[in-house]
Design a protein. Sequence first.
Length: 76
Amino acid sequence: MPQVTVNIPEELKRGFKELSTEEVDTLVSKALRERLSERLMFKVAGELLKDSQITDEKALSWGRELKEKEAKRRKK
């Protein structure tokens, strides 16, 4: 497995010193996996939507409509 060197800010050093090497490896791996996954999803979404005619305003409007419909459905 490749190794990555990470610079730890001073304010986090104490917390990292309290953890075992395995705990740090697990913590950093999980954080990196989540962040990479998030970035890749946004990249893919950007590629899918680059030629879209949907505006931010239209997407927000649809979101509000969906939220209202869901709230009404839950009241029933």
